[in-house]
Design a binder for this molecule. Sequence first.
Ligand SMILES: C[S@@+](CC[C@H](N)C(=O)[O-])C[C@H]1O[C@@H](n2cnc3c(N)ncnc32)[C@H](O)[C@@H]1O
Length: 240
Amino acid sequence: MKNFLKKKIQRLLISKNVMKFFYLFHYFNGGYKSKKIDISFKTKKNRIEIVQKIIDLKKFKTYLEIGTFKNELFSQIKCHSKIGVDPTSGGTVRDTSDNFFSKNTEKFNLIFIDGLHHYEQVKRDIKNSLYALKDGGIILLHDCMPRNYYYQAVPRCQIDWNGDTWRAFLEFRTKENVDSYCCYADEGIGVILKRKNRKKLELNQKNFSEISFNDYAQNYKHYLNLIEYEELLNVINDYE
Ligand SMILES: C[S@@+](CC[C@H](N)C(=O)[O-])C[C@H]1O[C@@H](n2cnc3c(N)ncnc32)[C@H](O)[C@@H]1O
């Protein structure tokens, strides 16, 4: 009964009329005066190519995907052992990431986070993933590069949506004990490595849920530590 109601509410929240309402809400809340970012992913690598390349380069054996949806990525990945977690569809474990991590005892080489794109949830997914990561393992984070205000506004107000994943990623960019990059590809692929931060983001921001989209839009290359795919391969090759 609880799951049934949850699914109904989730469906309602992404119905056309509810999203139209939230679009108007976001418009008057700042969307109308927000900046746009001139980015396009058309000529860039996609997440399937990037995930598989990393697995092959590093000879990784264990892959975890948080948020699998229609298995567009999960089914394409070739890896010795794969776990996919989603409360609604795809993957191999029908549960939320929080529940999964609370019971999980395994460690993984590569974790792709692409579940609920809300700042607090993504932050928890990153923290839990760091704990569940093998030494020399890598965390990838989808949807770090929203191109305008509406792409990142919460509650969701359009089908194509990145959520405010970028806020959680920026917070980890300011930590001493993780090194992070964002690959300019497929909606922005955040890369988090378990080693000392080599380019720590210095931001005088206590609460990352309050950082403005306009601030992000003006500084996104520096804030994200943005790199191209070829540079990502160098980073991965040098990482032990
Ligand atoms: C953007 S889709 C994932 C797409 C998939 N990774 C791909 O690359 O094709 C997001 C998925 O996250 C799932 N999701 C929502 N809340 C979640 C949670 N708390 N834990 C794990 N997955 C969640 C949704 O059910 C949805 O299927």
